[in-house]
Design a protein. Structure first.
Length: 248
């Protein structure tokens, strides 16, 4: 997947940002303790890690430790350290920077999961509202569009009635089966043909959505696939309520 713009900016800034700050701090190195100087560089690492990826944060931590050694510890302008306390401070700067990068990446992941959950729940809620309103045609069309969006499909169509052919199937547990065998989604991605997602109520088959994945698209996570199954079940409920008049 392509890295977001801010992630690319953070990765580019990871090495030079600590250098610029270390140069700015150089005139004050005799008036400030090494610990305070290191803390300022930690702030830079935190900013880079929060803006970009874990890799950007680690690079910034390495850069901060190197330039702290070069500009802010004696002997100056050399990659050597003469005082034991400065060695400890440099190592702590590196360790804290790496740890903060890990925490920032984890926090960013949790935020992404929360936002994604909210968006998926909103889709389920909207579909359920259509079912309750008795808009059967609208539910089927709505679910088709939702499936295209959340699964990253090229297209999706609905077939009402009897099963025809033996297509790969998106199962209730989010897995995919081909015939009687389970398909390894994580290893092989989507099968290279239409995939059926059944719309049913109480085990009674009412129709199916035929999914056409976009070639080369990233595999949706299990959570998203389970939401797709739930959306199809809502469509099945709408069809069951409508009865045979929906045949079209």
């Amino acid at each position: 997947m392509r890295m977001p713009l801010r992630g690319r900016i953070a990765l580019v800034a990871a090495l030079p940002a600590p250098l610029v700050v270390a140069l700015a701090l150089a005139p004050f190195r005799t008036h400030m303790t090494s610990a305070n100087l290191a803390l300022i560089l930690v702030v830079v690492v935190v900013a880079v890690a929060a803006l970009g990826s874990r890799a950007a944060g680690v690079l910034a931590a390495l850069s901060a430790a190197a330039w702290f050694d070069f500009f802010l510890t004696r002997p100056y302008q050399r990659f050597t350290i003469s005082h034991g306390d400065d060695i400890t401070t440099t190592l702590l700067l590196l360790a804290v920077g790496v740890a903060v990068s890990q925490l920032a990446a984890h926090a960013r992941t949790l935020k992404l999961v929360t936002v994604t959950d909210a968006a998926l729940l909103a889709r389920i809620h909207d579909t359920a509202s259509l079912v309750q309103a008795g808009a059967s045609y609208a539910v089927v069309d709505h679910v088709s569009q939702q499936l295209v969006e959340i699964l990253g499909l090229r297209s999706c169509r609905f077939e009402l009635g009897t099963l025809l052919g033996r297509h790969p199937r998106l199962e209730q547990d989010g897995s995919v089966s081909v015939g009687r065998a389970s398909w390894n989604l994580e290893k092989d991605g989507w099968p290279g043909e239409e995939i059926e997602l059944r719309a049913s109520v109480g085990g009674r088959y009412l129709g199916r959505f035929m999914l056409v994945p976009e070639p080369g698209a990233a595999l949706p996570p299990l959570q998203t696939r389970l939401v797709a199954v739930s959306l199809a079940d809502h469509a099945g409920s709408a069809l069951d309520t409508a009865g045979p008049v929906l045949d079209r």
